[in-house]
Structures are given as C-alpha cells and as structure tokens.
Design a binder for this molecule. Structure first.
Ligand code: SF4
Length: 232
C-alpha cells in the first residue's frame, strides 16, 4: 500500500501468543477494508479461509494456476468454492499448462526462480497492481520452516501482510481442520505438508519441517511471493 502524505498506518494491537486468529482478522478487516487473500489451498490456507469467513470476510481468494498444480489442489479449490459461496474465488492464469509456451519446457528444472517469477509471482503481482488492495491476508506460520520463524502478525513492506496464523503450530491447525471438517487436500495426509507444483514438491520425511518438500535439493525455499527482491 502506498501512503499519501498525512496518512498513517493503523495502530497494530499488542497481539500475543494467545491471540485468537479471528481477532487478528477482525482487526485487519476494520483497519484495511478491501484487503484480499492470496491462497494456494494448503492446510494453513484452508484454515485461514474458514476463520476469515467466520470473522466476516467476503472478498476474493486469489489463486495462481501455474499449469503445474496437482489435480488434488485444483479439486481442493473447487471444494472450498462450493463450501464458501460468500467468497469470490479468482484463478489467475486459469487453464495454464506446462506446454502453454509461457516458459521454456523444463524451466522449472533449469531455473526455478525464473519459472516461479513468470508463472506464479508475475500474474499475482499484476493482479494486485490492478486491484491495489490495502493489505493481504496471508496464512504463513512460524513453524512451517526455519526461514519463517520470525513472521510477525503484521508485516510492512511493498504491501501490508496480515498473518493471523503466525503463531499457530501445525498441530493446532490440524486440530482446527479436524474440528470443523475442513476440505484439506488428500495430499496432506500422504505427507505433502506443503504443496506447490508437482515438479517441485515431494512428500516430507520424518523430522523435516513442513516445507522441506518444496524445491528439495535445489537451494530454494520460497517461490518469491513472500521473500526475495520481488516479494509482495
Ligand atoms: S514451483 Fe516449480 S513449476 Fe511451479 S512455478 Fe515454481 S519452478 Fe515453476
């Protein structure tokens, strides 16, 4: 969000490890009317969608179809869209496929940063540039990976990111999903604790963190949406 002269960022409450994520969302909805929610429909994202609806969110859920998603991810999106008709599910790059010419064949192997930039970060950045939401609701949590251990409830930067689940553990997220019978991707139960594109995701092994299966062995941990020079 770009502030004009005289504008001030809303005061962030003193959220604590005991804060109800719903309170964070309700604060965000009041502080940043018109905010939006990107999602990849992982466990965190599914929980955030449910919590957000309960808190009164009725905006967009924006998903980027890279063309390399697992069918289970697309099916999870469709199940969520059916369950939450008050939300507007937006798929960018809808119908993309590996041979659509957007990137060279197998770019994901040769240069995954360039592939993510072209097929994932770029479409979302262009959508946000057009929509200019005042903030983003995001589902990352600290225990997903060491690189996310310091995520605050509210991040400033190129855009304000509100992270209501920053402090929730995987166990807490799983318990919430069970309690509310949320449509978590079946891949999750096969060890895909964080699911991205099929060429760049494997199941997590015992003792690994939830994102260890993303770009495993390639020295890459983030797609570029939340870290790096082009981050949101
Ligand atoms: S996760 Fe892999 S296939 Fe998907 S956009 Fe990034 S590099 Fe390409």
């Amino acid at each position: 969000m770009t502030l004009t002269e005289g504008e001030r960022q809303p005061q962030v409450p003193a959220f604590t490890p005991d804060t109800d994520p719903g309170d964070v969302i309700r604060w965000a909805l009041a502080a940043y009317p018109g905010l939006t929610m990107p999602s990849a429909f992982n466990l965190n994202g599914v929980v955030l969608i449910d919590l957000a609806v309960r808190a009164g969110y009725a905006g967009e859920v924006v998903f980027v179809d890279t063309g390399y998603h697992f069918p289970e991810t697309l099916a999870t999106r469709d199940r969520l869209a059916a369950r939450y008709p008050e939300l507007s599910f937006v798929t960018l790059n809808a119908g993309a496929s590996p041979d659509d010419g957007q990137t060279a064949p197998d770019l994901y192997a040769a240069d995954p940063d360039a592939c993510c930039a072209a097929r994932k970060v770029g479409p979302l950045q262009r959508h946000l540039a057009a929509q200019q939401p005042p903030a983003l609701l995001n589902a990352r949590s600290r225990d997903q990976a060491r690189t996310r251990a310091d995520i605050p409830f509210v991040e400033e930067g190129a855009r304000v990111k509100v992270n209501p689940l920053a402090h929730w553990t995987r166990e807490r997220l799983e318990a919430y999903a069970r309690e509310h019978e949320l449509p978590v991707s079946p891949l999750y139960h096969d060890g895909f604790l964080s699911v991205g594109c099929w060429p760049c995701t494997r199941a997590v092994r015992p003792g690994e963190d939830a994102r260890a299966g993303r770009w495993a062995g390639r020295g890459k941990t983030e797609c570029g949406l939340w870290a790096g020079d082009g981050r949101l």
